[in-house]
Write a protein that binds this ligand. Sequence first.
Ligand code: NAD
Ligand code: DAU
Length: 350
Amino acid sequence: MKKILITGGAGFIGSHVVRLFVQQYPQYQIYNLDALTYAGNLENLKDIENEPNYHFLKADIVDESVMNDLFSEYQFDGVVHLAAESHVDRSISDPLSFIRTNIVGTVNLLNAARATWNGNFENKLFYHISTDEVYGSLGETGLFTEETPYDPRSPYSSSKASSDHLVRTYYHTYGIPVVISNCSNNYGPNQFPEKLIPLVINNIKKMKPIPVYGKGENIRDWLFVIDHARAIDMIFHKGKVGETYNIGGINEWTNINLIHKMCEVLDRKLDREPGTSASLITFVKDRAGHDMRYAIDSSKLMKELGWEPSLQFEEGIEKTIDWYLDNEEWMNRITDGSYEKYYKDQYVNR
Ligand code: NAD
Ligand code: DAU
């Protein structure tokens, strides 16, 4: 019997990881710890909330004494740490909340694990989920590998880079068994519509302008969220302690090409004249310090652990668009008053 703490399990990626662990490992007790910020939504886990091996703990990782108390009470064997402030644009307008959650929160979890495990590290693991953004920005060629030097350029990526360094520090200094993975852009069901893909779907559906930062030439490497969750499962169970694994989609798109692709799919699915959605494309002021290109070399994960993406992008984007069209109520419930305010500050009053 293992007790696994998954932080940030009410968010986008975390909810898919929680579901996979709850369903795949009935012998584990899964504890989803989440502060339920604007990005956390327990509706994402409705289908599994009554499973006997699923438990929810509402708590803020920035609260040191609460973290210590929870670790001491539940004696977790493993931690999969996803809780974070995750949106680059928000980090530009409010860096401090990213420092608190992503750096201080991570250290609180490491300290609580260290105190609880107290030198007995058998069958213990602290798995930290991170991002490819820690590596900075690529030119036209090349890929991020596990050896690429860190060069973060936004408050978000700097806070994640700091947390990665601190996790490695706790391995080297205190012997805490850790593993880290750095993943590219995820897409799929349950993503908050501040991120490009759900924002574009929502705006096309509502015939609102599609905001494209700068010239739309920036490149991202997109991975279906369930393939990220599968990689996390493999790394948690088979990854080597002290190692880092990169996870990517082998699927690079310029933002503008991706948006055109989504426009075509949505015109077809919404029975609109071809070109209707594309007419909404609006070029807006660029993101400050906008990283040009991300692309990941996942060969270590593929060779050592046998992972590969299960879904081609064509299929993944169709599935994703279908999910958002079929779950209008989910979207309406989360795009409430506070989303309206965020949207106006980010896109209308800037
Ligand atoms: P998200 O914003 O959708 O979810 C974050 C979750 O963390 C939410 O449920 C939120 O309530 C919770 N949370 C935030 N602050 C908290 C706090 N102080 N205490 C407890 N819970 C808190 O994020 P996501 O996109 O699912 O990303 C999850 C993780 O994966 C993050 O660590 C992110 O850096 C990393 N990541 C994301 C992507 C991506 O494309 N989205 C890619 C690579 C890595
Ligand atoms: O690479 C992994 C990272 O991917 C994760 O660590 C982050 O948590 C996640 O948010 C994501 O970061 P990005 O900044 O790449 O994702 P976002 O969806 O915000 O933007 C994708 C691209 O689209 C980026 O080049 C900016 C651009 N964009 C975004 C928005 C929201 C636009 O052109 N218009 C928009 O309205």
